[in-house]
Ligand binder design. Structure first.
Ligand code: ADP
Length: 483
């Protein structure tokens, strides 16, 4: 892995402004999922190292929260600019440790930076309110204050963006933030820490700690200094962390699993729907929580849609992400491949038809052929669980009512997509879908200006948009008696 700026490849953690190896002296190996080769090691910090970071964050909070918002903005702006200037290196790191194609990785680097830019601007707009009092002798004012020391536990599928989406609003609000990135993708996180240092972020404001999930997660959630946890990952781990946060009543933001329906009505622009399905299903090799997981296609256009989609899917180039024109990288690990195989086998055994793909790719390793399955039904595993791989299962439906019921028949409620040219149907369907985010005639919905988040068991809270900073603010009500 060649970086233009080699200082971005860090093999130590950033705690209290220092690069540390931790008290245990142990390391975690980071591999390249495309080759299986070890590319770096990072420290395995201990619970007591985590305590040190928490205390540093507490000390840093005193001054960072007192800084004028405009001054925090200046630091965040510098961080943003450095992320943009170093986007190629951030992309190279992401492709190396996560596997996504380089162009996608560069897109993520800029997307990650966009949250820092946005919240640098929002830092100056944390407005309060005045409320007319019920009696004339009182005045009521509401102010918003930073919640305190925050922790983030982030996943491997977006090694940069899942960090900035949490850290940027926290720091903008005046909070301090400790990030524990996924063990598979710590290098991007440490590079962001290096850029934060270069931006002049004071010690203890933004810290990155790597190590065992349970040990570090345990220390962060048990601490009564940490007042807020923001987590992105599986619903299962989200539930566990929520329980671990119960004794200290921490505020929580949870961005958990999805099982996104993608509905194609007979009055849709089919070519646009195929493009949308490609973008929403096969991005990051299907490893995003908003990836469409169930494609419902209306009877009249089912065969035509299946044919058009399969032709495009069969042409997607699979390979190592640094190679030109590659659109599908490797899956993250062997377990991911197993899950995809299990979902396909279960569907085929219960009557689904393989249209294209269906097995591990000739390249070997964790490369998997982009796949389309037809005649999939609600009884198959793939209808219930997030596949997190490059498999598009096509379900058949007859009526709008039926498809809404099928689409909502899940405990998840993150993202949903539908394609129709009919205006009345657009409103009916958008309102009936029990999801936090709905894409109409588009398969791409994520950006920094809109509120990202789910309902039901897909999570709590919203990230991005002007709502995103509220997750890191407490409301204080001041009542003043003046006569
Ligand atoms: P994924 O399927 O994306 O790996 P996980 O929920 O397993 O989803 O992981 C998301 C993040 O949560 C990762 O950083 C992982 O290391 C971390 N994690 C997993 N288990 C725990 C745990 N018990 N406590 C704290 N963090 C955890």
């Amino acid at each position: 892995m060649k970086l233009k700026n080699p200082t971005l490849l860090r093999d130590r953690c950033l705690v209290n402004g220092e690069w540390v190896s931790g008290s245990k002296g142990e390391v975690i190996e980071v591999d390249n999922p495309a080759t299986g080769k070890i590319i770096a090691t990072v420290p395995a910090l201990s619970a007591s190292d985590t305590e040190n970071a928490i205390h540093a964050a507490q000390t840093a909070f005193r001054s960072w929260s007192k800084m004028a918002a405009k001054d925090r903005t200046a630091v965040l702006r510098r961080w943003f600019t450095l992320m943009v200037d170093n986007a190629d290196d951030l992309a190279a790191l992401m492709t190396a440790e996560q596997g996504k194609p380089l162009a996608e990785a560069k897109g993520e680097a800029l997307y990650a930076a966009s949250f820092v830019e946005w919240f640098a601007e929002e830092a100056k707009r944390v407005y309060g309110e005045t409320i007319p009092a019920p009696t004339n002798n009182k005045r009521i004012v509401v102010i918003k204050q930073p919640i305190g020391v925050c922790a983030a536990i982030t996943p491997w599928n977006f090694p940069a963006a899942m960090i900035t989406r949490k850290a940027a609003p926290a720091l903008a609000a005046g909070c301090t933030m400790i990030v524990r990135p996924a063990e598979k993708t710590p290098l991007t996180a440490l590079a962001l820490a290096e850029l934060a240092q270069q931006a002049g972020m004071p010690a203890g404001v933004f810290q990155v700690i790597t190590g065992d999930a349970r040990e570090l997660g345990g220390a962060l959630t048990a601490s009564d200094i940490v007042t807020k946890l923001s987590f992105t990952g599986s619903t299962q781990v989200g539930r566990l962390l929520m329980a671990q946060c119960a004794p200290t009543i921490k505020k929580l933001s949870l961005e958990l699993g999805g099982n996104a329906p993608f509905i194609v009505f007979e009055d849709a622009d089919l070519d646009a729907a195929v493009e949308g399905a490609l973008a929403s299903k096969y991005r990051n090799a299907g490893q995003t929580c908003v990836c469409s997981n169930r494609l419902y296609v209306q009877d009249a256009v089912y065969d035509q849609f299946a044919e058009k989609l399969a032709a495009r899917v069969a042409a997607l180039k699979v390979g190592e992400g640094h190679q030109p024109e590659v659109l599908i990288g490797p899956l993250i690990d062997g377990n991911a491949v197993k899950k995809v195989e299990e979902h396909i086998a279960d569907a085929l055994a219960k009557g689904a038809r393989l249209v294209t793909g269906g097995k591990t790719h000739a390249l070997g390793g964790t490369f998997f052929e982009p796949t389309v399955l037809a005649e999939v039904t609600q009884q198959m595993k793939i209808a219930r669980e997030e596949t997190f791989g490059p498999v598009a299962p096509l379900f058949r439906f007859h009526s709008e009512e039926e498809v809404i019921a099928m689409a909502n028949d899940t405990e998840f409620g993150l993202a949903a997509y539908f394609y129709t040219e009919n205006v009345r149907r657009t409103w009916r369907v958008a309102e009936a879908l029990e999801y936090g985010m709905v894409g109409h005639n588009t398969g791409l919905i994520s950006n920094e200006v809109a509120p990202f988040g789910g309902v039901k068991q897909s999570g709590l809270g919203r990230e991005g948009s002007h709502h995103g900073i509220d997750e890191y603010l407490e409301i204080k009500y001041l009542c003043s008696e003046i006569a």
